[in-house]
Design a protein around this ligand. Structure first.
Ligand code: M6R
Length: 357
């Protein structure tokens, strides 16, 4: 039940710090070490390449997961939109492991891939919020997201739970493989949980920003580089699905290759910057759009901020910034939809779980 909340989406946004703490607890043993099924450990260790299969927001979490697994566990990763996979089936490696990411565990597009790869005899691990769901039952292994029921059509806490669990999976694999790491996911996720609390307390500020930037606009652009690019894509999906504002998330460097032609007087452009190595370049992109009349908003991370930034998120580990930067994006989308009198929890034409291909 949504209790005192006007919408499930707002309640689920607020639950994210609790979900982080629950994940820390569930994936930790009595000695404070990571706790994972032995079978999953073996499957990850044996894989020479990982194929992540997902749709929508879960696909966006997969893009972040690829970075974790490649950077920390040193295994190559491909991320595929489930509905596209079978048209252009990639050349598979010798020992592939398929990782399905699905909040509901019922997405038909992902299930079609699972059926296909099982026929080929490949192993599958499902990350889902619903153990016992189709994708969980039919895969060899399951990792539970522990996000609690997600009712709003717009996925929020499942996205952050997916990213947290992917970080744990990547670090655990690195340890099993004996790789040296100076990244403790449980400690860093605890810092994230605190940052999330700070962020969810800033609703008034974000409501005002939503009014200023999305009040009457017909379209909006989100830009980022590197990790921030993945969050820009998720931010655009969130905004479009509940507020019906046409939104696009793209890589800052791609602006000059086409999209900048769409910038007019007053077009909202939201730029994310949480990574030191892209801070300078993305700010260059902001100047380019401002010079063409855009209404630009910079959301930066503490340590990289400048005076004119509209919103600054607390500092978290550079690998985990999506867990913090997505929260203002979720709240901006929520308030934009609210101000436009949209049905926040049940946007038109959409279902919570998409059980047709
Ligand atoms: O249940 P799943 O995670 O498999 O669902 C995938 C997408 O349908 C889902 O993430 C969708 O994009 C959401 N409405 C996004 O908020």
């Amino acid at each position: 039940e949504k209790g005192t909340y006007p919408h499930f989406m707002l309640k689920e946004i607020d639950e994210q710090p609790i979900v982080m703490r629950k994940i820390i607890q569930e994936y930790q043993d009595d000695n404070g070490q990571l706790k994972l099924d032995q079978d999953i450990r073996t499957a990850m260790k044996d894989a020479d390449r990982i194929y992540i299969i997902a749709a929508g927001t879960s696909y966006h979490a997969g893009l972040v997961g690829k970075e974790f697994i490649e950077k920390l566990a040193n295994i190559p990763v491909e991320v595929h939109v489930a509905s596209e996979f079978s048209y252009n089936m990639p050349l598979l490696s010798e020992k592939p492991l398929f990782v399905f990411i699905s909040q509901s565990g019922e997405t038909a597009d992902s299930r079609a891939v699972l059926v296909k790869i099982k026929e080929l005899g490949h192993p599958a691990l499902t990350l889902t919020n619903v153990p016992g769901s189709t994708l969980s039952r039919e895969a060899n292994y399951t990792m539970h997201l522990h996000a609690g029921p997600e009712i709003a059509v717009a996925s929020t806490k499942a996205y952050t739970a997916q990213i947290a669990v992917l970080a744990i999976l990547a670090v655990d694999t690195a340890r099993v493989k004996g790789l040296e790491l100076d990244f403790d996911p449980l400690q860093e996720l605890a810092i994230v949980a605190n940052a999330m609390e700070v962020l969810t307390d800033q609703k008034e500020e974000l409501e005002q920003l939503a009014r200023d930037y999305f009040g009457t606009t017909r379209n909006a652009f989100f830009i980022g580089r590197s990790t921030d690019y993945h969050v820009a894509q998720e931010a655009a999906l969130k905004l479009k699905e509940i507020s019906y504002i046409q939104a696009e998330g793209f890589a800052g460097g791609e602006l000059k290759h086409g999209t900048i032609a769409l910038i007019e007087e007053g077009t909202p452009v939201i730029a994310l910057t949480t990574q030191e190595n892209v801070n300078y370049s993305i700010r260059g992109n902001v100047q380019e759009v401002v010079a063409r009349g855009a209404n630009a908003m910079v959301v930066s991370m503490k340590g990289l901020e400048q005076d004119e930034d509209a919103f600054v998120i607390p500092h978290v580990h550079e690998l985990l910034t999506p867990l913090a930067s997505v929260i203002p994006m979720q709240l901006l989308a929520y308030y934009a939809a609210l101000h436009r009198d949209c049905d926040v929890d049940k946007p038109r034409n959409l279902a919570k779980s998409v059980t047709v291909e």
